[in-house]
Design a protein around this ligand. Structure first.
Ligand SMILES: Cc1cc2nc3c(=O)[nH]c(=O)nc-3n(C[C@H](O)[C@H](O)[C@H](O)COP(=O)(O)OP(=O)(O)OC[C@H]3O[C@@H](n4cnc5c(N)ncnc54)[C@H](O)[C@@H]3O)c2cc1C
Length: 327
């Protein structure tokens, strides 16, 4: 049996990436000759959720209930998943590659001693059980063999498109109340708050983005860069160093842990082009790098580059734009 942890939204629906994981499980099931797929959800699912999972091919929906499951705890969810797995004999344990999915599966891996592959995008065969997964924030792919059972892996978001099965599953609801040790409840969510409003929208959809990195020099070093951004009607996008130092707000960050941008023109000034920054800007159609180091990765990858001090080059560009517009 293939066991898939399905995360449920506050509205009581299976989240899209979990439905993608179930869709991925169907391919595995077919490769294994029709291995049944069971889902584990935390809490009491309503009929609509059970029906949705059945539509996606799920045979049984195991609902983990009890006070231990009132709030998220990676260890407690893993204990529940393990209890269902031992009772029902799963050979594969999966989840969506969300922060929670990866955390819970890491606990399952630690408890079983089996390796866990995070953010898998495809599987290459059952013997040996081989998967391909994203590493370095999606910048590289790695092939991994999962020789032990259960095979444990999470599915990277949007690696497959969630879809209904040709033949729906039975969708039988099984209520589970597994024992959870006190030690598994030590780290659990005690309160939640609404996320801050997403202010990065302009950055993600901009045609031109002016970038600024450590080369700006200090929190006071952004004057001419902001001026260039205003002249080009472009938002400012910055590196993580800049946000970590508190020079600019986090919603301006570009990269693996910031916004992914795809403008017609990106103008990174004083940004080295570390792989985590590149992950967020590599879709730019053209890059004009301004940097004092001719060997900086951003310079070597750029469409065009100006080598020198940004505090001299950017004011000169601003001046030229103003002069041409005045003319
Ligand atoms: C898990 C993880 C996630 C991360 N996520 C992100 C992310 O989302 N986004 C991100 O940006 N980083 C991210 N990082 C950090 C990343 O590895 C780099 O440390 C960061 O991008 C470097 O920022 P920087 O280019 O501004 O600084 P530096 O690497 O220090 O580069 C500064 C550049 O400025 C140039 N320079 C200096 N002075 C001048 C001047 N006067 N004029 C012109 N050029 C000048 C230098 O030649 C150099 O190329 C992440 C790191 C980790 C480990």
């Amino acid at each position: 049996m293939i066991l898939v942890l399905v995360e449920v939204s506050p509205a009581g629906e299976a989240i899209e990436t979990s439905r993608e994981a179930v869709t991925f499980a169907r391919d595995l099931s077919a490769a294994g000759g029709g291995v049944p797929i069971d889902a584990v959800v935390v809490g009491s699912p309503d009929d609509a959720l059970v029906k949705t999972l059945a539509t996606h091919g799920v045979r049984r929906v195991h609902a983990l209930t009890g006070p231990a499951y009132d709030a998220f705890s990676g260890a407690a969810w893993a204990a529940g998943l393990m209890a269902v797995r031992e009772k029902a004999g799963a050979v594969v344990v999966m989840a969506a590659g969300t922060p929670r999915g990866n955390e819970v599966l890491a606990h399952v891996g630690a408890r079983t001693g089996a390796p866990m592959a995070a953010n898998v995008i495809s599987f290459g065969g059952l013997s040996p059980f081989t998967v391909t997964r994203q590493v370095v924030g999606g910048a590289a792919l790695e092939e991994m063999q999962l020789g032990m059972r259960p095979a444990i892996f999470s599915v990277a978001g949007h690696a497959v498109e969630a879809s209904a099965a040709d033949v729906p599953g039975d969708g039988e609801l099984v209520v589970e109340t597994p024992e959870v040790a006190d030690a598994d409840l030590v780290a659990r969510v005690v309160s939640t708050e609404e996320p801050a409003p997403d202010l990065s929208g302009a950055l993600k959809s901009a045609r031109v983005v002016v970038g600024a990195g450590r080369g700006a020099g200090s929190a006071d070093g952004f004057g001419e860069l902001l001026e260039l951004a205003e002249l080009l009607d472009a938002p400012l996008g910055v590196s993580r160093v800049v946000t970590s130092l508190g020079w600019r707000p986090h919603h301006e960050q570009v990269g693996q842990t910031g916004s992914r941008i795809s403008p017609d023109l990106y103008i990174p000034c004083g940004i080295s082009g570390a792989i985590q920054h590149w992950a967020g800007c590599s879709s730019a159609k053209a890059i004009l790098a301004i940097n004092s180091d001719p060997d900086a990765p951003m310079v070597t990858k750029a469409t065009h580059a100006v080598i020198g001090d940004l505090h001299e080059i950017v004011p000169a560009i601003n001046e030229e734009i103003r002069r041409r517009r005045a003319g």
